[in-house]
Write a protein of this length. Structure first.
Length: 84
């Protein structure tokens, strides 16, 4: 009878240890997921910046005389230089 109780206690300890290991592994997986999400956000941010830069280049023109950015619809810069 006591042998069975001892065996049950042994199994209980093993189960507790196993649950602990599973929790550690689960936390590690969650951490790696978070890192992945952060990376994706960073990549989105970089992509957005590239798109902004691209639209800035297409929507605006740089004055060759004073170097200021002018809107596409403007044909003359504030300094008087006309768009080429
Ligand atoms: Zn100008």
């Amino acid at each position: 009878m006591y042998e069975i109780l001892g065996e049950l206690a042994n199994i209980a300890v093993k189960v507790i240890v196993l649950i602990g290991i599973i929790k550690i592994i689960k936390n590690k997986i969650d951490d790696s997921k978070t890192a992945e999400e952060k990376m994706t956000d960073k990549q989105k941010e970089i992509r957005q910046k590239e798109m902004d830069r691209y639209s800035e280049q297409t929507e605006k023109w740089t004055c060759p005389s004073c170097g200021s950015l002018n809107q596409k619809y403007l044909t003359t810069c504030s300094c008087g230089k006309t768009k080429e």
